[in-house]
Design a protein around this ligand. Sequence first.
Ligand code: ATP
Length: 363
Amino acid sequence: MPLTRETVLNTLKTIADPLTGEDIVATGMIRGLRVAGGDVRFVMEIDSRRFADMEALKEEAEAKLASLEDCDDVQIVLTSHSDQATPPERPKEPQPIRPEPAPPGTSGPQKVAGIGRVIAIASGKGGVGKSTVAANLACALAAQGRRVGLLDADVYGPSQPKMLGITGRPTSPDGRMILPLRNHGVTMMSIGLMTSGDEAVAWRGPMLMGALQQMMSQVQWGALDVLIVDLPPGTGDVQMTLSQKFVVDGAIIVSTPQDVALLDARKGIDMFRQMNVPILGMIENMSTHICSNCGHEEHVFGHGGVAAEAEKIGVPLLAEIPLHLNIRLAADSGTPLAIKSPDAPEAGVFRQLAAALIDGGKA
Ligand SMILES: Nc1ncnc2c1ncn2[C@@H]1O[C@H](COP(=O)(O)OP(=O)(O)OP(=O)(O)O)[C@@H](O)[C@H]1O
């Protein structure tokens, strides 16, 4: 039986704070609990003056959880937000990254130091391949010599770590600057890695704004030519915050050819226009199905709907990406097709898209 969150919490409830007798779940010190397969991770937020007691509780929790039948790995990080200094001999472990409310009084879109351009990849609807496009575009730009960052801003579940084959967790040695992860020449940070999914879903307003601001300005991106931001679908808080708080140099809207996806894409375009974000263009994904056995082409979701829509609203059609098994297999394997088989015919579209953006001075 897989390890459940409930089993973990019930186990933690058997451990009591020696000072108050209260169990450690009831004290509220357990934060950011994430149970995935047999892996358990969480933060214990403690009063640093009671470091020795808390270290003992942490060890007890580790031992009890590790002894559960289906538990493979336990990672607990102690953190303190009191003003008291933590004992000097501890801790060399990276501090956890926590979303903070946005600082009050910041106004107007800001440029992020060191980042040449910010390009948002958006879609009206989920599942149209926005993350696939973002990952392949980022890799294709890196392969053409650009210094590229990829910010996965999907609060509901990160997909970029998997697509880019990144398994580590971001760390923050000083509890402030966040060290991003890197693969295939792309520096990546995912907002979904900051906390457990169920916490993130509850983020609204200031919390979300703060998390996004941290991602943009507290991540050590290094000098970048372009930062690609993979947005969640729709026109919600993340989109609004990004374009209100940061200079977004352009948005690319990904859609499948069906009317319903197009309808939502139009709403996205309207929102960016209202926020004065230039629309670089639209991309039709899953445009034509190319059979991986015989190469036969067919239009599963219709074809040309995005081209017609782009013309109607006066924005360029940047690419038509085929629906091809290799695109999915490569994404699932952690090496986007633009890197895995850059010369495959179905990968050419990403190379051309990257080249066109570079030539047009957009990336
Ligand atoms: N052109 C394509 N050919 C084959 N498979 C594709 C293509 N584009 C996307 N996919 C697959 O479709 C699925 C959804 O794609 P993806 O996660 O990129 O969508 P999304 O729009 O980012 O979704 P969400 O908004 O839910 O995050 C993935 O399994 C992906 O590998």
